[in-house]
Ligand binder design. Structure first.
Ligand code: TXA
Ligand code: MG
Length: 323
């Protein structure tokens, strides 16, 4: 692990490392983020593995300018007003994904919405600009630990598990960004943060709805509302399959079971990072070809396997509202 003081060279190296699929911890005005190229599914999977998140929480996408945010998310009048008032700054907007959004499915945990922000931090903005790709960055702490506001906090959490930390000193704000759902006509506060509700209401000239259930615990699944909007395959899902039954499609892990019908292989070599990177796209692919039910081979419940199994259990659970 290397902690590197901010310099022109550090920023250029960090940007290059990100483009190559590496993980880079960098300062923002709120807290340190652990960044990866949000379009690179393998890099995003490696990020979840490094954080040790037992579930796939959707990540915040960082871009250096508002016009780049609208490339991935559909701006609403509320979104444009808030972006004009607070970007760059500690406000995250949840938007509908653009139809051609090419972010890795894993970065948004398979949702059809995306959380985006433009951070107000010189070093962060330079890294984002030079990387030239959208950067998914959760707070740079291990799951369950508090958010880091110095490079030393990041190093203490990750040790040698993390290659590259950009040291920009203590973060000026120290609490995470405020998250606002801006997909509708009214702004909905999903997470309280550095921008206050009063500030937002002043800009919009309207009351901000506070989401019924918000959670700050990234180890727990988010509010039921958000869960319901998680992508669930149309097909029925059967876990721990030891054999494939008639009419089932197969989602394989490791060498596939004997099967002649539709099949996707999460990872032939049984690699959990590769499996996580493929999970959402492969569930979609099996849906697209019209699979009625999916048999899923057992996946070890260790490391990223925990998050993969969490997601698959949700997909297999009875669904009150069919899509
Ligand atoms: O200040 C911050 O926001 C920091 C810095 C690094 O930018 N980042 C941060 O990320 O706090 P993280 O991963 O610790 O929190 C991101 C939270 C998720 O837990 C989730 O609640 C919410 O953002 N989120 C992401 N995408 C969402 C979506 N599509 N809909 C609703 N909430 C979303
Ligand atoms: Mg966090």
């Amino acid at each position: 692990m290397t902690i590197r003081p901010t310099s022109t060279e550090t920023i250029a190296d960090a940007a290059r490392y990100l483009r190559q699929g590496g993980l880079v911890a960098f300062p923002t005005e709120t807290v340190y983020g652990l960044g990866v190229d949000a379009t690179n599914a393998m890099a995003v999977a490696a990020l979840y593995a490094a954080k040790g998140r037992p579930v796939f929480n959707p990540l915040i996408i960082h871009v250096p300018r508002p016009d780049l945010a609208w490339v991935f998310g559909v701006p609403t009048p509320v979104a444009r007003a808030l972006a004009a008032a607070f970007w760059p700054g500690p406000l995250t907007l949840v938007l509908r994904k653009q139809p051609d959004c090419w972010l890795a499915d894993l970065a948004t945990a398979g949702l059809d919405t995306v959380a985006i922000r433009v951070p107000a931090h010189r070093t962060a903005l330079q890294i984002l600009e030079q990387a030239g790709c959208p950067i998914a960055a959760p707070s740079a702490n291990r799951s369950g630990r508090v958010s880091p506001t110095t490079a030393d906090h990041v190093a203490a959490d990750f040790g040698d598990a993390l290659e590259f930390i950009v040291d920009g000193g203590a973060t000026p704000v120290g609490v995470e960004s405020t998250i606002v759902d801006a997909t509708g006509e009214k702004a909905v506060l999903l997470r309280a943060g550095a921008v206050t509700r009063a500030q937002i209401e002043r800009v919009l000239g309207a009351a901000v709805v506070v989401a019924a259930e918000t959670t700050h615990d990234e180890t727990k699944p988010a509010s039921p509302g958000r869960l319901a909007s998680h992508y669930a395959p149309r097909a029925a899902v059967r876990l721990e399959a030891q054999a494939v039954q008639d009419g089932e499609a197969l989602l394989a892990f490791g060498p596939p079971l004997t099967h002649t019908g539709a099949m996707q292989t999460l990872s032939l070599r049984g690699d959990l990072v590769e499996a996580a990177a493929n999970l959402f796209a492969m569930l979609r692919a099996l849906d697209t070809i019209g699979a009625q039910s999916i048999a899923v081979m057992p996946i070890p419940d260790i490391g990223l396997g925990e998050a993969i199994n969490d997601r698959l259990r949700r997909a297999a659970a009875p669904r009150p509202t069919k899509r």
